[in-house]
Design a protein around this ligand. Sequence first.
Ligand SMILES: Nc1nc(=O)c2c([nH]1)NC[C@@H]1CN(c3ccc(C(=O)N[C@@H](CCC(=O)O)C(=O)O)cc3)C=[N+]21
Length: 292
Amino acid sequence: MAKILDGQALSQTIKNEIKAEVSKITEGGKRPPHLAAILVGENGASKAYVNSKVKDCKEVGFGSTLLRLPETISEDELLAEIQKLNDNPEIDGFIVQLPLPENFDQEKIIEAIDPKKDVDGFHPENFGRMALEMEAFLPATPFGIMQLLERNQVETKGRHCVVIGRSRIVGRPMSILMSSKGNPGDSTVTIVHSHTPNIAEFTKMADIVIVALGRPKFLTGDMIKDGAVIVDVGITRVDDDSSKGYHLEGDVDFDSCEPRASWITPVPGGVGPMTRAMLMKNTLIAYQKNFR
Ligand SMILES: Nc1nc(=O)c2c([nH]1)NC[C@@H]1CN(c3ccc(C(=O)N[C@@H](CCC(=O)O)C(=O)O)cc3)C=[N+]21
């Protein structure tokens, strides 16, 4: 029987902490932090995520701006909108919701964001600073996972962590943070991915498995060792005939992994809510200090 890494509860605790900080700021007569989000096009899941970010801002007392741009906008026009946010002193941080429609050069768009306002931590400057163990905006999902481990006092030092997936926003940064100095951190890290011949061979040796590949129920109980810590980053929408029309499935087969694991994140209510809370945290940090 595993203990639950409860992201729903911890995200609420963190949002309450942020809210208290914002009260101090506004009671001192200063304006609250302000987050902006750019959403291009009409992707249903993206709309839902962006709306939840606006809701989170309200909850913690931040100002928020949602810029909805049509899919027909040109890359230059989008770059001009980013420049306006870079130059606007009332905006502390902003994000460009991903994925962008295919005709945009995602790399070029991300590089246009002022690293000081890059609260997603996606800009190469922030990624580089993170990799060098300098102060940086950490991408929200890896930051959230580190908080889940830290605040539940999960031991990571000297333990073998296997990360499944090497994406630039989850797998790769997660592998860097877990191998970095500190607590959580100081792990021995293996990254496995689509070209790893036998992933189970590695996960069976792992003390900690972080699964971020976007394939429902990929990790099953026979692939892990007893007492392993299991972190599930998957959130695939699977259509069904519920009132919502879909449900979320993680990359972990919870039912077969839970009896063997020592700790496990649920889906929903695990990593997802932490991602949202850490975006708020990064926006507060952007308001409070300059890393350079
Ligand atoms: N520029 C950018 N930054 C992002 O941080 C970003 C992005 N683009 N594109 C999409 C992904 C995905 N993402 C999630 C955030 C919250 C939940 C979340 O709250 N999940 C809930 C369930 C939500 C539901 O019911 O749909 C949970 O797991 O319990 C999930 C996924 C942020 N992303």
